[in-house]
Design a protein around this ligand. Structure first.
Ligand code: GDP
Length: 307
């Protein structure tokens, strides 16, 4: 999702875009990555590739989330250094911050307290990615920067109900309930946790802005600066989809961290704010979802890793 949004954004920049799909390049294989980067010699690299997933995937596949992400970022960052890549933008996640960090979470809250247990594996890998960028900048003078996006949603999301995040899951579940005339939809947890949601195309725009205007060691949060409860999100999605039914809360499922709102003042000071409202972003995502369904796509079976 993030990678394809970056491609859409770069289409307007007049640059040549180099990509390698999963069949061509396994980013977990160091030799393959070094060969690819040395052959293609990119000027700028966005590290959007990661093994990602929602609360259940994170909590139940800890080895994959830790190993894949550590090795993917290490391989790409080291290859970029060896090939003399001019700029690299690494994508982290807002789950790098302590579970009970003061809200909204400032960049300097990193490593000040214990992580949220349901996603600590992913968080540890992403923290290592930030530190790799800082270390390669300090030791080798590489212009490698790190951006921390909040929870993302949008075109190309993973709609798998077990593996995906809440935004895509609610869209898929609520659409199905409407299509099948069901009178209620199941929501995991209590519905009270709050999350901040950023449209993936806005993230891409923010990343290009950072690539052009930022060159320093501290990582930078990218979000909207506002949050909604899962209950409010469900209401909004029901409204976009046109679903009149009710919600049932399955409290045997985890809530995860109670709040995860980013302080976006550093990004704002750099001259960027997210342009798309939550309603417009969900309307655009639902349009795309309906088009893909009409085209016969299986939106449940998308794999977790995006490259
Ligand atoms: P998180 O931000 O890392 O916790 O990841 P998620 O996006 O998976 O979950 C966010 C919140 O939405 C958690 O409190 C979940 O329990 C809640 N949630 C409610 N329904 C769903 C669902 O169908 N799928 C997912 N993934 N989360 C859900």
């Amino acid at each position: 999702m993030a990678g394809s949004a970056i491609l859409r954004r770069l289409a307007g920049e007049g640059c040549e875009v180099l990509t390698a799909d999963r069949a061509t390049l396994d980013l977990r294989r160091q030799e393959e990555v070094e060969r690819w980067v040395a052959q293609q010699r990119p000027d700028l690299v966005f590290v959007a590739a990661a093994t990602v997933g929602g609360i259940l995937a994170n909590a139940t596949r800890p080895a994959e989330f830790l190993y894949d992400n550590l090795v993917i970022e290490t391989n790409i960052i080291h290859a970029a250094y060896r090939t003399g890549v001019g700029k690299l933008v690494f994508l982290g996640s807002s789950c790098i911050y302590p579970r009970l960090a003061e809200q909204p979470m400032r960049e300097d809250a990193l490593l000040t307290g214990p992580l949220e247990p349901t996603n600590e594996w992913y968080a540890v890998a992403k923290i290592a990615g930030i530190k790799l960028c800082q270390a390669y900048r300090r030791q080798y003078g590489c212009d490698f920067i790190a951006a921390m996006p909040t929870n993302l949603y949008g075109i190309g999301d993973n709609f798998d109900l077990q593996g995906g995040h809440v935004a895509a899951a609610l869209l898929a579940k609520i659409h199905r309930a409407k299509a099948e005339g069901l009178d209620s939809v199941e929501i995991w947890g209590t519905g009270t946790p709050k999350r901040e949601f950023l449209f993936a195309d806005d993230l891409a725009d923010g990343l290009v802005h950072l690539a052009k205007h930022y060159s320093d060691e501290p990582h930078v949060n990218i979000g909207t600066g506002s949050e909604v409860s899962i209950r409010e999100l469900a209401d909004l999605v029901a409204d976009v989809v046109g679903y009149p039914g009710r919600f049932q809360y399955d409290t045997s499922k985890p809530d995860g961290t109670p709040r995860k709102l980013l302080d976006v003042s550093r990004m704002t000071a750099l001259g960027w704010t997210a342009p798309t409202s939550l309603r417009d972003g969900f309307a655009a995502t639902y349009c795309w979802y309906l088009e893909r369904l009409a085209g016969g796509a299986d939106l449940r079976g998308q794999p977790a890793r995006t490259a």
